[in-house]
Design a protein around this ligand. Structure first.
Ligand SMILES: *[C@@H]1O[C@H](CO)[C@@H](O)[C@H](O)[C@H]1NC(C)=O
Ligand SMILES: *[C@@H]1O[C@H](CO)[C@@H](O)[C@H](O)[C@H]1NC(C)=O
Ligand SMILES: *[C@@H]1O[C@H](CO)[C@@H](O)[C@H](O)[C@H]1NC(C)=O
Length: 216
């Protein structure tokens, strides 16, 4: 295995700590409608990726990446909406409209979340779940790749191995189901640590969305 030094995550979840600044009062039902209206004005595609509490898949999507069952207990406040974006514009819409409605955002890339920070909150909130924001694009010759936040570390190294005939790898943790967004933003240590350091040492570029919903 020959790890290399050039990898570039698409860092949507890196902004999650900024997003936690938004707090709001309880939403009246008409505000739900305003929120949904705002989303549809911001993005043509977003209606396909919104799960309201009425949606029959809401519960399974909510529970799909909660590992610690304490965080799916019925006593926890549930997100008003779960958004599972495929496109950057959908994430921007979710940020802009949450801000307008005074909703907090929880961002989750999937996998480990031992503190429940990506699934629960004390104030009205939505979840932006990056389960399907998971493209991986590898340039084996240049030894670089772009990876979106919701791809898992297992998917990432699988695709790298496939593309490079098992010659290349990227230093990530040993739990394959962890999303790269959370893993990289926490540093990302794993079995290659001694020789290659942590994942974050090998990030050479990033796309970000700020707390205003602007991308750069
Ligand atoms: C639930 O939400 C998804 C995503 O927006 C949508 O495709 C589906 O039709 C909805 N299902 C119901 C029963 O409303
Ligand atoms: C959910 O369904 C109830 C009853 O049908 C309705 O009053 C409410 O507006 C719906 N909420 C959302 C977010 O669609
Ligand atoms: C994610 O995308 C797949 C198709 O690629 C779809 O089957 C699945 O329902 C999506 N998941 C969510 C939570 O939207």
């Amino acid at each position: 295995m020959k790890p290399h030094g050039l990898f570039c995550p698409n860092v949507i979840s890196f902004v999650s700590s900024l997003l936690l600044l938004f707090r709001g009062a309880a939403l009246a039902p008409e505000n739900h409608e305003n929120f949904l209206k705002c989303l549809s004005l911001q993005s043509d595609t977003i209606s396909k990726v919104i799960y309201t509490q009425n949606n029959s898949s809401y519960s399974s999507v909510l529970k799909s990446s909660i590992q610690n069952l304490v965080f799916s207990a019925p006593t926890n406040q549930k997100p008003l909406f779960i958004i599972t974006p495929f496109h950057v514009s959908e994430i921007q819409a979710a940020i802009k409209c949450s801000k307008k409605s005074g909703l907090q955002i929880r961002v989750r890339s999937g996998g480990h979340d031992l503190e429940g920070l990506s699934s629960i909150s004390d104030v009205p909130f939505i979840i932006v779940d990056l389960i399907n924001f998971s493209e991986i694009s590898i340039d084996a010759e240049a030894k670089t790749a772009w990876v979106q936040s919701g791809a898992t570390v297992g998917q990432l190294n699988y695709r790298i191995a496939e593309k490079s005939q098992n010659l290349l790898a990227f230093p990530v943790g040993t739990c394959p189901g962890v999303g790269v967004g959370g893993h990289f933003s926490g540093g990302g240590y794993g079995a290659l640590l001694r020789k290659y350091g942590v994942a974050a040492d090998h990030i050479v570029d990033a796309h970000m969305i700020d707390a205003k919903g602007e991308k750069f």
